[in-house]
Structures are given as structure tokens and as C-alpha cells.
Design a protein around this ligand. Structure first.
Ligand SMILES: Nc1ncnc2c1ncn2[C@@H]1O[C@H](COP(=O)(O)OP(=O)(O)OP(=O)(O)O)[C@@H](O)[C@H]1O
Length: 353
């Protein structure tokens, strides 16, 4: 598509996308807002009214697109089936890379709008003829970890008005411009369809009777306690096990078929030196593969390990860790970085000591 001055902005009704709308308009773009109906807890649609009100005040068109069926099929079903398979899903990563941004692109194509925007706290950079996501200036809000899967045709069309800003400044901008409701909105917490407690969600939504109490085992195969059902546990988990042996215990392995959860008293027992990824995406293979200065992150915060990434003949990404990494759960996402630049990522298929 040819470049034009138009931008389709994903609007959640929250502070960030509201300020993104203001900033894009200030910069001279012809903005259209779009709100996807992904999931509505207790049928609450206030977010639609908030996005619509803001668009009215800014005199920009606003579209509502019902994506609830796609969200249910692609994200919620996947979320439940991953836990039922003993894995740890990453719904926000999947939604961003394989639903939200592709939907934005497809809708923009239909409307002949070139640019795509959101209120994500990330930047983008053009390096070695390839577009890359990079960390947002606000390190606490940086969302680069969630966007490793975006293809070039989306990256090149992205506008990211909040990349250089802090959340504090974003709230100030909303207040200064008289958008007080947007300025004061709470930050969204965790997964949108079960922000606090995924266990309650699983109890309500997993197939009836599929989650039952079972046994905790030690690494020698001895029963050491009772658990509430294997889907309620994640490899590496320490808290909330409901077992007290006067020492720290970690979930080492989960065996769904036997409803068996193995605990270990030593974090070293959980350490892995190699990780295999599926559903991966690489921005520029020459910048990532076989290099020794790449960082892998498997958690949103506070973890960064050096690694070397190999592409095997059967098209798997094999990650050789330079130092071992504990608590690697299959199903989780891994993102590769060089400094602030996202080089790609994938979903953890398996990890090896
Ligand atoms: N339902 C939605 N429809 C369209 N775009 C959305 C929707 N939800 C989120 N987005 C876009 O994705 C961005 C990141 O969403 P996320 O939920 O991770 O962040 P957030 O901090 O809650 O953002 P906000 O303050 O705008 O609600 C939002 O800023 C917005 O641009």
C-alpha cells in the first residue's frame, strides 16, 4: 500500500491510547480510532463509551469491531488448553502478535489507511534494512517483550507515540489537555480476562471434571503431599503450593497424564542450559543466529541471560544458554535482545539441563 497521512489507532478507552490519539493528531495525522471487542467481563462496555467519547471530543471517526469470537478461539481456548497440557501460556504475547496487530493491519488495509498505532511503550528502529521493536523510554512500562512476533509489513507501518514518554508524563498530558477521566484511569493489570487469579478462571472454564486433586512427589518419586490439580502449577513456582516441609520447594516437573507435580528443594535442580523454541520469529537472521552477544528474556522483568541461537536443519531454534537458567516453563515466550533492540523470539517447546 502507498504511504498516506492516515493512521488507524487501537483504542482501549484507557489512558495510553487516549494520549496516543492526542499526540498523533498534534503531529498532523488524520487519525481513526478503532476499538476491538475482545472480552467483556460482566458485560461491562464502559471502555467502548470512553473511547467513543474521546474520539468525539477530538472530532475523529471511531469504529467498534467485534472480535470476541476470534479472541475466544485464539486466546481463551489456547490459554485453557495450554494449562491443561501442563504448560504455561502467554496470552498477551499471542494476542498482540497474532490477533491485535494483524487485525489493525487488516482493518487499515480495508480503509486505505497506511499507518497503524497503539499506546504501547515501545519504540522502533531501522537497522540493517530491517525494522525492529526496541524498549520504551519508561523502563517500568516497557512492553517490547510482548512484540517479538510482528512481521516487517506491520513494523514498517507502526507509529508509536508513547515510545519516548514515561507513564507519569502521559498522565500529565491527558490532565493538561482536560481529559481528566483518561488521566486518572487505573493501569490494566495482567491478563485482561483473568487479571488476578487464573486458577479461579480455570476452575470455571476448564472442561467439567478435568481438574482433580493429585499428589506432589519429590525427585526420588516419593509422595510428599496433595495438590489441587496439576493445571494450577507452573514450573519454577515456589509460593502457593500449600505444602510445608520447613524448606523452600519449587515445581520441577508437571506430568498431566498422571496428574503428578514433582517438587524439588533445590533451584539448581531446575536449571536448564538449552531451550528449543517453536512458532519463532526472527527480524534479521544475520543479526541473531550464531552470535555470542545476544540476550534471552523469558520473563517480562528482571531476567536477562546471554545465549547463542542456532537454527537446526529441521527448522527449530535451539538456544544455548551461556549460564544456566532456572524456572523455564514450556509454553512461555522467549524474546531475544541486543541491548534495547528486539531481535525475535518464540514459544518455549522444551528445555534441557
Ligand atoms: N480493545 C482494544 N481495542 C483496540 N486497541 C486496543 C485494545 N486494547 C488495547 N489496545 C491497544 O493496545 C495498546 C496496549 O494495550 P495494553 O492493554 O497492553 O495496555 P494498556 O496500558 O492497558 O493501554 P491503555 O492505557 O491504552 O488501556 C493500547 O494502548 C491500545 O492502543
Amino acid at each position: 500500500m502507498d504511504t498516506n497521512n492516515k493512521v488507524l489507532l487501537g483504542m482501549s478507552g484507557g489512558t495510553d491510547s487516549s494520549v496516543a490519539a492526542l499526540l498523533l493528531q498534534d503531529a498532523g495525522y488524520e487519525v481513526t480510532g478503532i476499538t476491538f471487542r475482545f472480552y467483556e467481563k460482566n458485560d461491562d462496555t464502559e471502555y467502548l463509551d470512553d473511547a467513543q467519547d474521546l474520539c468525539k471530543r477530538l472530532h475523529i471517526p471511531h469504529i467498534v469491531y467485534d472480535a470476541r469470537k476470534a479472541f475466544k478461539e485464539k486466546i481463551i481456548r489456547y490459554f485453557i488448553s495450554e494449562y491443561m497440557a501442563g504448560r504455561t501460556p502467554v496470552p498477551c504475547t499471542l494476542c498482540n502478535n497474532f490477533l491485535k496487530w494483524p487485525l489493525l493491519r487488516d482493518m487499515a488495509d480495508k480503509l486505505n489507511i497506511f499507518y497503524l498505532a497503539t499506546g504501547h511503550y515501545v519504540k522502533k528502529n531501522f537497522i540493517g534494512k530491517h525494522w525492529h521493536i526496541s524498549c520504551g523510554a519508561d523502563r517500568d512500562k516497557d512492553q517490547s517483550f510482548f512484540l517479538w512476533g510482528l512481521p516487517q509489513d506491520i513494523l514498517e507501518r507502526m507509529l508509536l507515540p508513547l515510545g519516548e514518554l514515561t507513564k507519569t508524563r502521559v498522565r500529565e498530558i491527558a490532565a493538561e489537555r482536560g481529559f481528566l477521566k483518561a488521566a486518572k484511569k487505573k493501569d490494566s493489570l495482567g491478563v485482561c480476562f483473568c487479571p488476578m487469579d487464573y486458577r479461579t478462571f480455570l476452575k470455571e472454564h476448564a472442561p467439567h471434571g478435568s481438574i482433580a486433586p493429585g499428589h506432589f512427589y519429590d525427585t526420588d518419586g516419593k509422595i510428599i503431599g496433595t495438590h489441587e490439580g496439576y493445571p494450577f502449577y507452573t514450573v519454577g513456582q515456589r509460593r502457593g503450593l500449600g505444602i510445608n516441609l520447613n524448606k523452600a520447594l519449587f515445581v520441577k516437573d508437571i506430568f498431566p497424564r498422571e496428574n503428578k507435580v514433582v517438587l524439588s528443594g533445590s533451584l539448581q535442580d531446575l536449571e536448564k542450559n538449552e531451550i528449543c523454541l517453536k512458532d519463532w520469529n526472527i527480524t534479521n537472521p544475520a543479526a541473531l543466529l550464531e552470535k555470542d552477544d545476544v540476550i534471552i528474556k523469558i520473563r517480562y522483568r528482571k531476567q536477562a541471560n546471554r545465549c547463542t541461537v542456532h537454527l537446526t536443519e529441521d527448522n527449530q531454534l535451539r538456544v544455548e544458554l551461556h549460564e544456566p537458567l532456572a524456572s523455564v516453563a514450556s509454553g512461555q515466550a522467549a524474546a531475544f535482545y541486543r541491548k534495547d533492540i528486539v531481535l525475535g523470539g518464540g514459544i518455549i517447546e522444551a528445555a534441557f539441563p
